[in-house]
Design a protein around this ligand. Structure first.
Ligand code: FPP
Ligand code: MG
Length: 325
């Protein structure tokens, strides 16, 4: 999906991937089964790609940066393993999820191993700033998930503002940190790193809004993961928040009756999907504006890589355009 965007860092991504693949688990059959699946279905590598592109936009990528990139992907995979347990999701990356294949306990423990592996890699790299970044990301993800649980199930708390705060915590904090810290670790200026971080934040929010829309109107075969759980659990997502705002009585009645299929129909036919896609689109525009800020900080700021960052926004916009409003 981000192939063109990551063209200038293709070799660096390969080096990060080699470190990721070198991660070894204890010789337990279930762990080996999960590890094989992770290697067979590697995902999009968006977070390490953003990180390495942000380093390169400032200076040279070194072996230490490859280690941090691999660690970011390990944290991301750990979070998905745990997320599928929390969401009781049986499909991930077009196949059975780790929890479906090997059970909740093995999936959680494998996630823990990946987290430990990530911190080990970064501590070996000797970059205290990257270590701090990693712990900040893990804390934000846990905060986002916990906030989602606290707000979910209580319609009064499912507001657009709260939904965006959850998206910010559980997704955008990761992409923001990857861009900002990457640029700083490449010896970029603080101003450019902040602007790139804002780009990453907007991109992350748009990404999560799209994910939340597709949870309702998407096709499991195309997305390759379990969909439909957000409405069942009354999670604070933007589409649910908007329908509660727009057709309050009807939405609350359906929530009380646990009539998820009628609630989904109401969301689909009320204009709420168009409003949520418009919000995602605004976030993508905002991301592009922050990219301009970063690029205009000095001549040759971003090392000529502005178009590559833009390509990631473009890929998300194409995804947004596939949504049937
Ligand atoms: C996917 O959300 C999940 C996240 C963005 C974060 C999950 C974080 C945790 C489970 C906290 C623990 C974190 C670590 C690092 C172990 P989603 O369910 O909306 O997306 P999906 O449709 O891809 O499942
Ligand atoms: Mg999930």
């Amino acid at each position: 999906m981000y192939h063109d965007a990551f063209q200038p860092i293709v070799q660096d991504m390969e080096k990060a991937r080699a470190l990721f693949c070198a991660f070894r688990t204890p010789p337990i059959q279930q762990f080996q089964c999960i590890a094989e699946e992770l290697h067979r279905r590697p995902g999009k590598w968006m977070r390490p790609g953003l990180f390495l592109l942000s380093v390169k936009a400032a200076g040279d990528i070194t072996a230490k940066h490859h280690a941090v990139a691999a660690a970011l992907e390990m944290v991301h995979n750990a979070s998905l393993l745990h997320d599928d347990v929390l969401d009781d999701a049986s499909i991930r990356r077009h196949a059975e999820s780790a929890k479906a294949l090997c059970g909740n306990r093995a999936a959680v423990l494998f996630g823990d191993l990946l987290l430990a592996g990530a911190f080990h890699l970064v501590s070996e790299a000797g970059l205290p700033e990257a270590y701090k970044m990693l712990s900040k990301i893990v804390q934000a993800l846990c905060h986002g998930e916990a906030l989602q649980d606290c707000l979910g199930g209580t319609p009064e708390k499912i507001t657009p503002e709260n939904a965006l705060t959850v998206a910010e915590r559980k997704t955008a904090s990761f992409t923001q940190c990857a861009c900002r810290c990457g640029h700083l670790l490449g010896n970029g200026s603080a101003a450019a790193a902040d602007a790139l971080g804002e780009y990453g934040r907007c991109l992350g929010i748009a990404y999560q809004i799209i994910d939340d829309i597709l949870d309702i109107v998407g096709d499991e075969k195309i997305e390759g993961k379990t969909l439909g759980t957000d409405l069942v659990e009354n999670r604070p997502t933007l589409p649910l928040a908007l329908i509660i705002q727009r057709a309050r009585d009807e939405a609350l009645a359906l929530i009380a009756e646990k009539d998820v299929s009628s609630l989904a129909d109401l969301v689909r036919h009320s204009g709420v999907i168009a409003d949520a896609t418009a919000e995602a689109s605004r976030r993508l525009d905002e991301g592009a504006a922050h990219l301009d800020n970063a690029a205009n900080i000095s001549p040759n700021a971003l090392n000529g890589l502005r178009p590559n960052f833009q390509l990631i926004l473009d890929a998300l916009r194409r995804k947004l355009d596939t949504i049937n409003r």
